[in-house]
Design a protein around this ligand. Structure first.
Ligand code: HEM
Length: 281
């Protein structure tokens, strides 16, 4: 490699690192905000609580055992989901992992328990009540199963001191947790950027509504697998391909940033609608 191409290579790698850093920063700010939205909305602080446990929160009569299970299950799900979207920076910090091992271990135990319980709570809701469509029930069940499996395997391998495998399952778990947030972001970005192509009107489902049921967690899993398999490998791509990857990543990052702002910090955003009202008093 001559000096010029070595310098260009450095620029390319630096750009990729910058884009990766931007993704991380947006997630560091956005995911805990999603957690705050769940807590505030589930606690009834916002103008409208979640519909899924309305009967329990409003003290209405719940005659069927199945409805009790659905209401309690989804409540557990909200509490554990908040842990999952808020505590990950502690676990991913290499500084805490190396210098404060007990903090990593205990946060890890809480986190994997939250992963299993959030999945179990969501599944109990699906079994007794069903998600908003039968197709959503199927997709969420698959997603929940992968998430619970990832949490369990991350724990099992950590206990057995098989740290490579532990790390791999922890990455898969985080990719699944990310899905809960990415679901809302992808819907909003698609709606705004395409004008809602393929989205059904009212309660009907269009092709996009079916596709999104898998697009919010399968691509994450594929990216996670790519990272796991190349964790210790330096990938040398041809320059043209590298610039295509840079362009695609920069575009994805811009859409990601746009969607986070649109969902979280605008009055019409799914979270913004609630959070801005609280902030405004
Ligand atoms: C990983 C962390 C997760 C978080 C933070 C989370 C958060 C949430 C939130 C905020 C809602 C309410 C959505 C709304 O009505 O606007 C919800 C609903 C729901 N979640 Fe999760 N969730 C997570 C994982 C899962 C998993 C793995 C499953 C699969 C078992 C699941 C199943 C459900 C179901 C069935 C509903 C009700 C959907 C409906 O009413 O149709 N969630 N979740």
């Amino acid at each position: 490699m001559n000096t010029r191409s070595a310098r260009l290579d450095t620029i390319e790698n630096r750009l990729l690192r910058r884009i990766g850093g931007a993704f991380r920063l947006i997630a560091l700010v956005g995911l805990p905000t999603f957690g705050a939205y769940i807590v505030l909305r589930a606690a009834g602080t916002t103008p409208r609580n979640f519909d899924q446990w309305h009967a329990l929160v409003a003290g209405l009569a719940i005659p069927r055992a199945g409805d009790w299970i659905a209401n309690l299950g989804i409540g557990l799900h909200f509490a554990m989901g908040t842990v999952l979207v808020s505590a990950w920076p502690i676990l991913l910090s290499s500084r805490i992992r190396s210098r404060h091992r007990a903090v990593h271990r205990w946060t890890g135990r809480v986190y994997v328990s939250a992963g299993v319980l959030a999945g179990a709570g969501g599944m109990s809701f699906i079994l007794t009540h069903g998600a908003y469509t039968p197709a959503a029930s199927v997709a969420f069940t698959i997603w929940g199963a992968v998430m619970m499996l990832s949490a369990a395997m991350a724990f099992v391998h950590a206990r057995a001191k098989r740290f490579d495998r532990h790390r791999a399952w922890a990455i898969r778990l985080f990719a699944m947790v990310l899905g809960s947030w990415v679901f809302d972001l992808e819907i909003r970005a698609w709606k705004d950027l395409t004008g809602g192509v393929g989205m059904g009107a009212g309660s009907s489902s269009g092709p996009f509504d079916y596709a999104i049921l898998y697009l919010f967690f399968v691509p994450n899993l594929l990216v996670a697998e790519y990272f796991i398999r190349n964790l210790h490998t330096r990938i040398a791509l041809p320059r043209l391909l590298k610039w295509s990857v840079i362009a695609a990543s920069a575009l994805a990052c811009a859409v990601f940033a746009y969607a986070v702002v649109a969902v979280t910090a605008t009055p019409a955003g799914k979270y913004g609608k609630h959070l801005l009202q609280i902030a405004g008093g």
